[in-house]
Write a protein that binds this ligand. Structure first.
Ligand code: GTP
Ligand code: MG
Length: 382
């Protein structure tokens, strides 16, 4: 257990809490029985009492919690034949000022559907565009969160949200430290990369140099015999955006088998969330499998509730959200964190039970952290 209280722990190993308090006191740690203790302290107790203390990661702990409700996160249910193609989920990464935000805005505008809807585009942290490839309508989901924070936060939680990374490199600046950092992130996550060589409208743009530089890092353009697609674009002049979208679709088709079962309870990730003064907690979620419906009972991190309404990136109400669709969800009890998972469960009661357990754990973990800090401060003061 992580951040368990001494009492919890004492119960597990069948001793009196007071015994542990006393033992820790003699070892120089002042802890009350109800206080949460951190890993090191639990290890210390283990050593004293000849127990092997196994620390369970928060992810494993959560998996166990869900299992106790007969829920598995991250698996498609049913047979192979229940799976249908889903759109790729794309993150834009790259060095500071190379045009990530501008490109995301340009792609959003390039979306035919957005033009037709004519509505004001809202920032909901993710959006979907439609494009035509080989005469077929294809959709692509973009996660549109500043920098690659969302990507990193989700990866840190062991959640893979992204299928493809667009690496933006400004053609007038070339490969820079954060270009490499982003490249390494994507490689570590085993995510294919499409390179957008941006700012080609600039007189000093040198897209060939960018290709040469990235080749040195093992990202070899198709035209040089490699397998990475490079597209020269200008986010400012809106040049070649359709080609970039096409490259994403082609990369998805060539190297990924993106399918999900839409006929099951929805599961996915929280992309971002905030507290809205009028609407209460608002969370943008990415449906990864299943279909999310208005009225579903859901648990999202330590928040729970029933989906009161869903909105898309144009502010239109959605009644359902299918795999790879981002949706803004209203009706949660609290604001979940980016990268936390959301799961549709049988009923409100189950959602509340899971959320309460998660919340208690988060609180215990925070307490343990605070205690370590306090102990350190005492130590420094003495
Ligand atoms: P950070 O979020 O700070 O890392 O930057 P970013 O990568 O999001 O870059 P952003 O989109 O903010 O663009 C940085 C600057 O480059 C802005 O002044 C943009 O107007 C400009 N810019 C972006 N794309 C292009 C382009 O295709 N051509 C030209 N000429 N300027 C561009
Ligand atoms: Mg930006």
């Amino acid at each position: 257990p992580r951040g368990a209280s001494l009492t919890d722990f004492a119960e597990k190993i069948n001793v009196e809490p007071a015994q542990l308090v006393q033992m820790l006191f003699s070892l120089g740690e002042m802890v009350t029985a109800t206080e949460s203790v951190n890993e090191e302290t639990l290890q210390l107790i283990g050593e004293e009492l000849n127990y092997i203390v196994q620390v369970v990661s928060p992810e494993d702990e959560d998996r166990e919690l869900l299992e106790s409700f007969d829920i598995e996160f991250g698996e498609d249910e049913g047979d192979e034949s229940d799976l249908v193609v889903r759109p790729p989920v794309v993150t834009v990464m790259g060095h500071v000022d190379h045009g990530k935000t501008k490109l995301l805005d340009a792609l959003r505008k390039a979306n035919v559907v957005a033009k037709e809807a004519g509505g004001i585009t809202q920032h909901i942290g993710a959006y979907q565009v439609q494009t035509e490839v080989d005469g077929e309508d294809r959709r692509i989901t973009f996660i549109d969160t500043p920098g690659h924070e969302a990507f990193t936060a989700m990866r840190a939680r062991g959640a893979q949200a992204t299928d493809i990374a667009i690496l933006v490199v400004a053609a007038d600046d070339g490969v820079m430290p954060q270009t490499i950092e982003a490249l390494n992130h994507a490689k570590a996550a085993n995510v294919p990369i499409v390179v957008a060589v941006n700012k080609i409208d600039k007189p000093d743009a040198d897209p060939t140099k960018v290709r040469g530089q990235l080749t040195e890092y093992g990202l070899i353009p198709e035209e040089y015999g490699g397998d990475a697609m490079f597209v020269d674009v200008s986010a400012k002049s809106e040049l070649n955006l359709d080609k970039l979208l096409e490259a994403v679709v082609l990369t998805a088709d060539a190297s990924l088998d993106l399918r999900a079962n839409p006929d099951q309870d929805a599961q996915g990730l929280v992309v971002e969330a905030h507290l809205d003064r009028g609407r209460g907690p608002v969370a943008t979620v990415l449906v990864q499998r299943g279909t999310l419906h208005v009225g579903d009972s859901i648990v999202a991190g330590p928040a729970h509730g029933r989906v009161r309404a869903m909105l898309d990136e144009h502010g239109n109400e959605l009644s359902v959200a299918d795999p790879s669709r981002p949706a803004m969800v209203l009706g949660l009890s609290a604001v979940p964190g980016a990268g936390q998972n959301f799961i549709v469960v049988d009923d409100d009661r189950m959602a509340r039970q899971i959320a309460e357990k998660r919340e208690a754990r988060e609180r215990a973990a925070m307490q343990a952290k605070r205690r370590v800090r306090r102990t350190l401060e005492d130590f420094m003061a003495s």
